[in-house]
Design a protein around this ligand. Structure first.
Ligand code: ZN
Length: 240
């Protein structure tokens, strides 16, 4: 990828230096996300990086520490459920976190140009896109308009669920999250190369709408999301 213009301007020497630091830290990025989710779940969010001073501080450039490829569901706002603020998360959302070319390009932009060290696929229970695909498959009917593209993108996950004997909706959702992780890596050699070189990790997490909790269901490299990452030794918000 050539150096495209960025929302915050061209990458300069300092940005490249920042990228080198950030790119070595996928585990720390994941720890910061899970710490934020724990604050949200416990009812003690800090709403970091949402004040006017920080807004001005990040106006000249962005260094988000995680890419979120999430479902568009209105109850799944990334900055809220991970208790983060401006400049922290590079968020790409589609119904059912379907990952077409524009999504792949957005992920590659964040990982290669901004140096973001973590990609998180964010799905959730009772996902309407997964339910719509399930109904379409069961009835043999095509949804109208461009909704068909969403349904078609989810159908491979339904077939995989059938193969694995999974038929409950939330089990299918977990499979679809894992399938999206694999799709990102299979369709984006650029992302796969970043992961292979240890500069980035890809994690799929499932969010519970009522409880607000995220749970890892897939990770590349394998076992990444179960790493024992120390979160209590430093203030994750202050360190962000
Ligand atoms: Zn959804």
């Amino acid at each position: 990828m050539s150096r495209p213009g960025t929302p915050g301007g061209q990458p300069g020497p300092q940005r490249i230096a920042d990228r080198a630091v950030a790119a070595s830290e996928p585990a720390r990025a994941y720890a910061e996300l899970t710490a934020g989710n724990q604050r949200f779940v416990s009812g003690a969010p800090r709403h970091p990086n949402q004040d006017a001073g920080h807004r001005a501080a990040v106006a000249d450039g962005q260094h988000p520490f995680a890419v979120i490829v999430g479902c568009s569901d209105s109850r799944l706002a990334a900055e809220i459920i991970f208790d983060r603020g401006l400049g922290d998360l590079f968020v790409v959302r589609t119904a059912g976190h379907t990952a077409g070319p524009e999504v792949l390009g957005s992920v590659e932009y964040a990982v290669t140009v901004l140096g973001t060290p973590l990609v998180v696929v964010l799905g959730h229970d009772s996902c309407g896109a997964v339910q719509a695909a399930r109904e379409s498959s069961a009835t043999g009917t095509q949804p109208p308009g461009h909704l068909r593209a969403v349904v078609d993108a989810v159908l491979p996950s339904l077939r995989r669920a059938e193969t694995e004997g999974v038929d409950d909706i939330d089990g299918i959702v977990d499979i679809h999250i894992a399938q999206t992780v694999e799709t990102l890596l299979r369709q984006s050699p650029v992302l796969a190369a970043e992961v292979a070189q240890g500069r980035c990790a890809v994690v799929g997490v499932s969010y519970r709408l009522a409880a607000g909790v995220v749970r890892p269901v897939a990770a590349v490299p394998a076992g990444f999301a179960t790493l024992d990452v120390p979160t209590g030794s430093a203030d994750p918000v202050a360190a962000a």
